[in-house]
Design a protein around this ligand. Structure first.
Ligand SMILES: [Zn+2]
Ligand SMILES: [Zn+2]
Length: 430
């Protein structure tokens, strides 16, 4: 418990501290605040210990951070001069010969994206699962990376933070942007313990906040806009902008969070979308895809994964909006470059979705069939589910209607469904 208190307080104390060479800006104002050395502003061991006894243990990291946005004891040092790593909006966009590089790394069933800026700053979004940690470390080393400026952990599921533990142990990591949502697993505990032992700076953030990375490159946190009880829907949503080029990373956000983001008005047209939740049909809703309208859609999932990712519904939705689809399960790591205006896929081949006719569809969480019939199998309960899924629905839910008659199973009550290991559909909310 004590170590978590220390961690919480560390987060609180470093809440308003920003990292070297990277400034945080509000949406409209140009970057002004630049923090020099994070070491200067870090509280001492004693300060953390002393204050830990005064903290409320049940408060979340997020609350702690919000409560202490302006620490009084050691205010961050501001400077008038603009460091060479920070540019202002007034400056003419430079066109460096080195492009921005975004690597959608093949970590099997999981997510890990490396961003390299023209001036050599590195950002890593998620680290895949624990088992893919060593190969991720090798990949980063093969790209001459020794230090990572910012690690972003979208949410605490194992296929996103498991491999980060190897990363934190092998590279100097300056800052971490964490969802602030906890999980009960050993992996999550190891992840937190590693951050604590390395004394990595937790960055305070809120939805709508932008971080200037330099070279007209910024990362903006679009979500989560509000709390969710679901871990996937607590995923940090990141918009990477480089002049006119925009990349959107949605972690494992599903329709619940996609809907919130769309209604917040935060999502604008994006060139490249890292498709939510490995191409699951629980994500990539049409109104969200229409808002984002990506020309390139990247699906990160493992070859022949047991979830049936990506689901046909997702592939069909992406095809319908005219996106070119790339899949790590089929072509391995996908590398995209941008000079701020043009986007080029360097590694990876596009995938063309062809609607299956009589072909057998993979066993998916929400089995997608090519045709929905009005004819329903004989109903023997108030709630419907598929024998190939663990989700139950109202019989009139569009997903219930897609369940093949031979796969249909009925439940007399919600309790009946739950007792059989099923969970409520997030769309029809039975
Ligand atoms: Zn995931
Ligand atoms: Zn997840």
């Amino acid at each position: 418990m004590k170590k978590y208190l220390i961690l919480l307080l560390a987060v609180a104390f470093t809440a308003s501290m920003l990292f070297m060479g990277i400034s945080c800006t509000e949406e409209v104002s140009p970057p002004e605040e630049v923090i020099k050395e994070k070491e200067e502003a870090l509280p001492t061991e004693n300060e953390i210990e002393t204050n830990a006894t005064e903290a409320t243990p049940t408060e979340t990291i997020e609350k702690e951070v919000e409560a202490t946005t302006t620490p009084e004891e050691k205010p961050p040092q501001e400077t008038e001069e603009t460091p060479e790593t920070t540019t202002t909006e007034e400056e003419t966009p430079s066109t460096p010969t080195v492009p921005l590089k975004v690597h959608f790394i093949d970590v099997g069933q999981g997510d890990s994206t490396l961003i390299q800026t023209p001036e050599g700053k590195t950002i890593l979004i998620d680290g895949g699962s624990k088992s893919s940690g060593p190969s991720l470390v090798s990949y980063l080393k093969s790209n001459d990376i020794s230090k990572i400026n910012i690690v972003i952990a979208t949410h605490p599921h194992e296929d996103h933070i498991g491999g980060l533990i190897s990363v934190l142990n092998n590279f100097t990591v300056d800052n971490i942007i964490d969802s602030g949502v906890s999980h009960t697993t050993k992996t999550y505990e190891n992840y937190l313990t590693t951050i604590q032992s390395k004394n990595i700076n937790f960055v305070n953030w809120s939805a709508g906040q932008s971080f200037d990375i330099g070279n007209n490159i910024s990362i903006k946190i679009l979500g989560p806009t509000s709390k969710s009880s679901d871990l996937n829907n607590s995923s940090i949503i990141i918009l990477l902008s480089y002049n006119n080029s925009k990349f959107l990373f949605t972690g494992d956000a599903e329709s619940e969070e996609e809907t919130k983001i769309v209604s917040s008005g935060a999502v604008l047209k994006t060139n490249v979308l890292k498709v939510g939740h490995h191409g699951s049909s629980s994500s990539s809703y049409t109104n969200f895809l229409n808002s984002v309208s990506p020309t390139i859609a990247i699906i990160t999932c493992g070859a022949n994964n047991s979830y049936g990712h990506p689901h046909d519904t997702t592939l069909e939705n992406l095809t319908n909006i005219g996106a070119t689809i790339y899949r790590t399960d089929l072509t391995g790591t996908i590398i995209i470059e941008s000079d701020g205006y043009n986007i080029n896929v360097i590694t990876g081949n596009p995938y063309t979705y062809v609607k299956a006719a009589a072909e057998e569809t993979p066993q998916a969480e929400e089995p997608a069939v090519t045709e929905t019939t009005e004819q329903q199998p004989s109903q023997t309960g108030d709630y419907a589910g598929s024998i190939n899924s663990d989700v139950f629905h109202n019989p009139n839910c569009r997903y219930a209607k897609k369940i093949l008659p031979e796969n249909m199973t009925w439940f007399v009550s919600k309790e009946d469904a739950i007792s059989k290991g099923y969970r409520a559909c997030k769309v029809c909310k039975p």
